[in-house]
Design a protein around this ligand. Structure first.
Ligand SMILES: [Zn+2]
Length: 133
């Protein structure tokens, strides 16, 4: 387990910092991920670390910027340390995470925040009373 896991997971309230998945219903700790990946110069500083569920981390991989299909401009992915989640996303009644900005749009697309498996999981978590937090 990552040596910063305890600090990063506590800071995140034990929720994925991208999709807000509640760690409590998983059978394995969430991952400490590099917001800026090491291959792009990111370090192990707490300011570059975020708690991520497996799904978000797999699709984020080493990506930091994505072409926004709406504008044709390259846009940075959501940065949990410098960006405010509620400024870029809102949770719809059906469980979709709706982007509010280009950052939200490219992040939702790259991390596949609204694929059927995500929506189904959120409905279960909602019934359990653990989502949204
Ligand atoms: Zn996630």
């Amino acid at each position: 387990m990552n040596r910063y896991y305890a600090e990063v997971s506590d800071r995140a309230g034990h929720r994925c910092e991208y999709c807000k998945a509640p760690e409590v219903v998983f059978n394995f700790p969430f991952e400490v991920e590099h917001i800026i990946p090491p291959c792009a110069g990111g370090d192990d500083d707490l300011g570059n670390l975020a708690l991520s569920c497996r799904s978000c981390n797999v699709f984020k991989a080493a990506v930091v910027q994505v072409r926004d299909d709406t504008t044709g401009v390259d846009v940075n992915l959501f940065h949990p340390r410098t960006d405010e989640w509620a400024a870029h996303f809102q949770l719809a009644e059906d469980g979709r995470i709706e982007p509010l900005t280009p950052i939200g749009r490219v992040t939702a697309q790259q991390l596949r925040l609204n694929v059927p498996a995500q929506l189904a999981a959120r409905q279960h978590w909602h019934r359990l009373g653990v989502y949204p937090g």
